[in-house]
Structure formats: structure tokens, C-alpha cells
Write a protein that binds this ligand. Sequence first.
Ligand SMILES: [Cu+2]
Length: 234
Amino acid sequence: MTPARRTSAAACLLLLAACAPEAASEEGGKVAGLYQIFFYVAVVIFVSVAGLIGWSIIAFRDRGDSDEPTQFHTKLGLEILWFAIPTVIVIVLFILSTGVLGEVNEETPEGAGVVVEVQGFQWGWRFTWPDGTSLDSLPDDPATIYLPTRTPITFELKSQDVIHSFYVPRFLIKRDVVPGRNNRIDLTIEDEGTYGGKCAEFCGLLHDQMDFTIQAVPQDEFEDWLSGLGSEDE
Ligand SMILES: [Cu+2]
């Protein structure tokens, strides 16, 4: 590969990497950071392997003479090297992943932040706050729920019937909602904005219509919205 081609291939890969959505949650940012490390490691591996294959194809091509290149058996140093490099890569990536997994799964202490119970059902979501106020998101009437930015939020995930999956793509975190099991997602939304949510586990006929919207707003605006919702309920 000429240097120009190599540069343009690298540029294409970088552009593709930029296609991943930007994380709107603190925890998603950590996942995105980890993803980027994996991506760059993969680029280095791909370029090295493809480069070496390309080089050997050209360097050892049939030149029309019958002379074979020098044949040898066992090259201990090289064999140890190509065993050691992937082993080190896997160990480093494993340690980094475990670290990020621990941070992302860290539970907000009880009483801190906002807790929302999210119940998935065929085919919608019921969002319930600790004071009992609830809001349903249904296929013909998808709900918008408000949540505060820069405050820890706990989604307590429950299912009434089959397995669903609570997914807000911009948060870069997805978790299954399993009947008989209480799952949770703890996260902090960093940026104000409107974020679409979906069910990400095929759960029947109207699975694709289990949409909802999260409106991330400052704390006081969230409280106004929640008290308005509570009085609507009465
Ligand atoms: Cu579902």
C-alpha cells in the first residue's frame, strides 16, 4: 500500500468511528471511551495483519524461476512474540472493560437522585415515581417523560409479561427488562435535550411501537413538570 492509500484508508476508518452516536450520559461517555480504545487497537491489528499479508504476497510471489525461498522450521523467538502480543492485548482490554463495567454498573445510594420505576408490557411502558404518580407510554400515545440533568437517575426495570429491553440510544446503555427479575440502570444525563427511547428486545406484534421520549431539563424544570403530572393524576 502506498503511503497515500494508507492515509486515506486510515481516514475512512476514523470517519466510520465518528458514526457512533455521541453519549449524552456520563456512563455512556465511559462506554464510548472504551469503544474508542477497542477501535484503535483493532485498526492497528488490521493494518499490521493486512500489511504483512500484502507484503508477503508481493515479496514471495512467483518470479518465474523455480527457486523456492529458504525453507525453515520453528522460529522460537517469533512464535513467542506472536503469542505474547495478542495475550497482552486481551489482558489489557479485559482489565479496561472490567473497570468500565464496574463504573457503569455502580448503583446510586438509596435516597440520592431520582428513582423511576419502568414497567415494560406488551406494548408500552409505565413510568412510576416514588409518590405513585405514573405515566403510560402506548403505541398510539407515546409519552414524553422529563428527567433532570446532572442528577443521578435510577431506572428500576420490571416486566409485566415477556422480556423487553429498555434502550435510549444516546445514553449508550441498554438493559433487558425481564419478568420476575428486577434490573436497574443508574446513570447521569449530562446534556439537556430530547432523547428517543425504544424497546430493543423483540416482544411481539407491536414491539416496534414501544417508543417513548426523555426530555432532559434542569432540576427545577423537572420538579415543575413532576408536580404538574401529580396534580393531573388526582
Ligand atoms: Cu418490548
